[in-house]
Design a binder for this molecule. Structure first.
Ligand SMILES: Cc1ncc(COP(=O)(O)O)c(C=O)c1O
Length: 377
């Protein structure tokens, strides 16, 4: 039975939330209402739109466990959030950044690009390490200014213990910057408890929102250490006072929002977060990790299957990826799509990423289609 909150086409089994998620009905409805209002009355009700945007910030604050909405900036995407950190900190030649080998490009290139300022990037192969956090902390030394991790690895689904990393970094004065896109919305997070300084995540994966709107969390105590590299009117302390000749930056993370907000996206993402908060982070994570357990068990039973990621359930996320001897991921994805199952090819394998609302029967259908295809190979 389909979850009533979603209106996916009959026969479509959507297991690709680590790429781009479908919107819940309520988000599609919010966008339709917003479009109708624009078409009939322009921005006459702008104050109401801003109230929705304010609620979105509050919902993001709640979801992340931030102390204040002043620590929340709305950005275009994860890459923008990570770039704000990389190109806003006052680096000195000889500094180092510890990060993750074979991470998604957004969380590699910004750090590698600091090379021309004399900053070295030290990628750690967390997926090969018996103790991933231990490997990351061992790579830090007196030159390390920042640790840049993806909470959940986009290929293997490996989930890092952010609390452990945060304790280590805080004790040594190292900033902790988290690419949260593959975890936020799927697993509970508490940026306070984890002592995270910066976190960026886009809306279109586990948050079930649109592309083009994401969150950048900046701990209030480190706000002044980041120099905004894009300026405009919206990032100022007096954003509506257009005639004012003098200016200063907003005292909050809004200083990273240069110009007009993405209110269309805000209406959609606000509605999606409303659903996630109603269900609750623990219930969502429970369902997702249950799906991971089901998928891992089913895939392990298929001969020739090389399951990536950790076998420790505490490290599981919404991502399950397997390489299958004699087949390539792209061919499998095409075959599955022909049978109505949507997943992705990543890291030379097949990446499956169900969300909380997927049904056990859908996972079973995926396994049946996959087994049939493999037998034919
Ligand atoms: C770990 C990780 N970071 C970043 C991104 C995408 O970044 P953006 O939100 O800038 O599109 C992805 C997308 O797959 C990802 O998996």
């Amino acid at each position: 039975m389909r979850n009533d909150e979603f209106g996916l086409a009959p026969g479509l089994v959507y297991l690709n939330h680590a790429a781009v998620a479908p919107w819940p009905r309520r988000s599609a409805d919010a966008v339709a209402r917003f479009a109708a209002e624009n078409a009939t009355s322009g921005a006459l009700h702008y104050a109401r739109w801003l109230a929705t945007e304010h609620r979105l910030r509050e919902r993001l604050r709640l979801l992340l466990g931030a102390r204040s909405i002043d620590e929340i900036a709305l950005v275009k995407n994860t890459s923008e959030g990570l770039s704000i950190v990389a190109f806003g900190l006052p680096w000195q030649s000889g500094d180092s950044v510890v990060g993750i080998a074979r991470d998604f490009p957004s969380n590699r290139v910004v750090w590698e690009a600091l090379g021309d300022r004399g900053v070295s990037f030290r990628p750690v192969d967390v997926n090969a390490a018996a103790d991933p956090e231990g490997a990351l902390t061992a790579a830090c030394d007196a030159s390390t200014r920042l640790m840049a991790v993806s909470w959940v690895h986009y290929v293997t689904g490996l989930t890092l213990d952010l609390e452990r990393l945060g304790r280590f970094c805080r004790a040594r004065g190292i900033l902790l910057c988290v690419d949260g896109i593959q975890g936020v919305g799927a697993l509970p997070i508490d940026v306070e408890a984890c002592r995270i300084d910066f976190l960026a995540a886009d809306g279109h994966k586990w948050l079930l929102g649109p592309e083009g709107l994401g969150v950048f969390y900046c701990r209030d105590t480190v706000l002044e250490r980041l120099e905004p590299r894009q300026l405009g009117w919206h990032c100022l302390a007096h954003p509506g006072d257009y005639e004012r000749p003098d200016w200063r930056l907003a005292p909050s993370a809004q200083r990273f929002e240069a110009g007009s907000p993405n209110l269309l996206g805000a209406h959609a993402l606000d509605a999606s977060l409303g659903l996630l908060l109603e269900i609750g982070a623990d219930a969502i994570a429970g369902a997702i990790r249950g799906h991971a357990a089901t998928l891992r068990a089913a895939l392990e039973a298929i001969p020739g299957m090389d399951l990536l990621g950790s076998s420790d359930p505490a490290r599981w996320s919404g991502i399950v990826t397997a390489r299958i001897a004699g087949t390539d991921g792209a061919a499998l994805v095409a075959q599955l799509a022909a049978d109505g199952v949507v997943c992705a090819a990543r890291g030379g394998g097949l990446r499956v990423s169900p969300h909380f609302y997927n049904e056990e029967s859908e996972l079973q259908y995926f396994c049946d289609v996959l087994s049939r295809f493999i037998k034919k190979c």
